[in-house]
Structures are given as structure tokens and as C-alpha cells.
Write a protein that binds this ligand. Structure first.
Ligand code: SF4
Length: 362
């Protein structure tokens, strides 16, 4: 079983906090779509049967109907159980939803970020809170009810009240999944420059921790399970595609500028620059050399970010013993658990999971 990730490196404009690889040159969209299809045909055999597909970005919903149709019709959907497209609220109409459904898309992941119009404007998002809520209703009316929303906490100006308001309104809207990220200020972003100039102010650690606690409380009260640091779902609606990245035996094929692939042995990364990626089709990727220890550490990091935790039976006995020895203080003070040979960080400590994980790496 394998996942297929398609990266659409296109956005209409740049949000001030974003360091994802994307370009606002939409005139390249035809070339990108044709390139994705060529790369997929060339590399399809790297992984086994594809059971999840995720079209992410960037903003896949900027593609025209003809572009999204030709891309989707080239995808191996025969065994696909979850087919997700990322979208921004301003692109979602009844016609878009009908097209997506006809192409087999059964899940939408939408970038909402906040339901404060003032903060949306500051972030240079292209939609309002009302448009985001209307987009959810339009998806549901059109028959796509498996809906995930992305939100961000720790944003400049995000008070406890605004955060609680965003969470309650979104979770009351009938969505099935929520991805909630703590704001990271990346070098080179406009957000970073605005903070350096004193135009915006970063949230302090205490506010971030309080917003994380509130997030957990409100999500759980709405019947959501907190199954990974940044991810909450109604029972039965965990993201199958993303969950594969956190398991030890999965494969995924990543197509498009900056996409990552793993065939069970070798990691490959597509060139992040669209012009170079187009020039080097149909195999525009490099192999990332990785030692066995690096691979083990990748696995430890990913597994300890989940409620399921690290399956000690899936790693060499000497590594499992060493990790358990290093985890003893956390097990003794109750901040980690060991259940059925799975070592896990308790969810209330996930905001500082990195400090635990650093102690357990090999
Ligand atoms: S946050 Fe999303 S829409 Fe905004 S620039 Fe980044 S990828 Fe594009």
C-alpha cells in the first residue's frame, strides 16, 4: 500500500507567514500539469498499490477545470480509498465541488487559519471568515462531507477569545478533521520582516501554551480525537494519507517541485525550483543519502508525535532497550506512557515534544 502526493507549486499571492515552495506565476500552470503527468508515468513503478492520493501545494484550487481534470484523469485511482485536494475558501463553488466529485475526490483540506477578519487581512489571506464558513456549507451541500480545516494559533493579535471563537464556529460547522499549527516565524518571510520592524509582535510561550490547551479542550469537547501533535479528527476520520508518513512500513511517491518520496528504502526529493524541475523532467529528483541511524531517528521523531507512539517491536532490540532507558525519567514522572510495547508522549505535553524527542534520538 502506498500514498501518492502531488505538489502544485502555485498560489495567487503569498501569505505573509508561508515558507512553502510556491510561485505566483500562474501562467506556468499548463506546463506544471503536463510535467506532473510525465513524472508520474515515469516513476509510478517506484511504489506499490496506491490507496491514498493527496493533491497539495501551494494552492491546487487555482488550477482551471480543464487542468484539474487532465491531472486527475492521469492518476491511478483504481484502489484509492481517500482522495484529497487542498483548497482555499475563495475557490470553492458549487461547480467546483461537482467537478471534484466527478473526478473521485472525496476529501477537501481547506486553509482557513482563523475566523478573525482582521487577522486574515494582516496575514494577506484572500478570503473572509464568512467565505470560509460558506465554503464548508457549499462542500457539504455538494456531497463532499469529509472536510479538514487548517488553523494557526500563536498568531499576532490572536486573543484567547478570538481563538475560542474560531474553534467553536469551525467545529460546529460539521467538519470531520482539524489540523492546528503553532505559528513558526520563518526567515525570509514577510512576517519575519514585519516582526523585525516592530509592525507585528510574536506571541509569547505562555500564550501559545494556553492556546494549545484551549485547542485540546474544545476539540475533545466536540468529539474530536487528538491523534497527532497537529491533528484532530472525529472517530473514523483520521487522515489515511498523512498517517502513512508516521508508520514504519509505508511507501509514498511525491511528484512535483519539492515533493518527497520514500519507496521503503530510498528517499528522493524533487527539485524545489519549478524552472529546474520542468527542465529535468521526467525524473527531476535527487536521492537523499541516509544512514540507518538517520532513518531510525526519522522514524522515532514521526512516531513520537502521535498518540499511537513508537512501536518498540518495529526497531532493533538494542535500540529499543536504549530508548527505554533514556525514557525512564519521563515514564517515572508520568509524562510518557508505555502500553503494549508502544512508547508515547502524553498529548498534554506535545507542544514541547521536541525536548523529549531530542533525549531519545540515537
Ligand atoms: S499559506 Fe497556502 S495559499 Fe498562502 S502562500 Fe502558502 S501555500 Fe499559498
Amino acid at each position: 500500500m502506498a500514498g501518492l502526493y502531488i505538489h502544485i507549486p502555485l498560489c495567487r499571492s503569498k501569505c505573509i507567514y508561508c515558507d512553502f515552495y510556491s510561485t505566483a506565476v500562474l501562467t506556468r500552470a499548463d506546463a506544471v500539469v503536463n510535467g506532473l503527468i510525465a513524472e508520474l508515468h515515469h516513476r509510478r513503478a517506484e511504489v506499490g498499490q496506491i490507496t491514498t492520493i493527496y493533491i497539495g501545494g501551494g494552492t491546487p484550487s487555482v488550477l482551471s477545470y480543464a487542468q484539474i481534470r487532465s491531472l486527475a484523469e492521469a492518476l491511478p485511482t483504481e484502489h484509492c480509498r481517500e482522495f484529497t485536494i487542498e483548497a482555499n475558501p475563495e475557490d470553492i463553488t458549487a461547480d467546483t465541488v461537482a467537478l471534484w466529485r466527478s473526478l473521485g475526490i472525496n476529501r477537501v483540506s481547506m486553509g482557513v487559519q482563523t475566523l478573525s477578519d482582521d487577522i486574515l487581512r494582516t496575514l494577506r489571506r484572500r478570503h473572509t471568515a464568512a467565505q470560509a464558513l460558506q465554503a464548508i456549507a457549499t462542500l457539504q451541500q455538494g456531497g463532499i462531507t469529509n472536510i479538514s480545516c487548517d488553523v494557526i494559533y500563536g498568531l499576532p493579535g490572536l486573543t484567547t477569545e478570538l481563538w475560542a471563537n474560531t474553534l467553536h464556529r469551525l467545529l460546529d460547522s460539521g467538519i470531520t478533521h482539524l489540523s492546528a499549527y503553532c505559528l513558526t516565524v520563518y526567515e525570509g518571510t514577510m512576517l519575519n520582516r514585519m516582526i523585525e520592524r516592530g509592525q507585528l509582535h510574536e506571541a509569547d510561550d505562555e500564550s501559545e501554551a494556553a492556546q494549545f490547551d484551549l485547542l485540546r479542550q474544545i476539540a475533545v469537547a466536540h468529539g474530536f480525537e487528538h491523534y497527532e501533535i497537529a491533528n484532530f479528527a472525529r472517530p473514523g476520520f483520521h487522515s489515511r494519507h498523512n498517517s502513512a508518513y508516521w508508520l514504519d512500513d509505508s511507501q509514498w511517491l511525491g511528484i512535483g517541485p519539492s515533493a518527497h518520496s520514500f519507496d521503503g528504502t530510498v528517499r528522493r526529493i524533487d527539485h524545489p525550483d519549478t524552472a529546474r524541475w520542468l527542465a529535468e523532467l521526467p525524473y527531476p529528483c535527487t536521492i537523499e543519502e541516509e544512514t540507518a541511524t538517520e532513518r531510525l531517528n526519522d522514524f522515532i521523531v514521526a512516531a513520537l508525535r502521535t498518540a499511537r507512539g513508537l512501536d518498540l517491536a518495529a526497531i532493533a532490540p538494542q535500540d529499543a532497550s536504549a530508548i527505554l532507558r533514556d525514557a525512564e525519567p519521563y515514564l517515572a514522572n508520568g509524562s510518557m506512557t508505555l502500553i503494549d510495547n508502544h512508547l508515547a508522549i502524553k498529548a498534554e505535553h506535545w507542544l514541547i515534544a521536541d525536548s523529549f524527542i531530542r533525549r531519545l534520538l540515537r
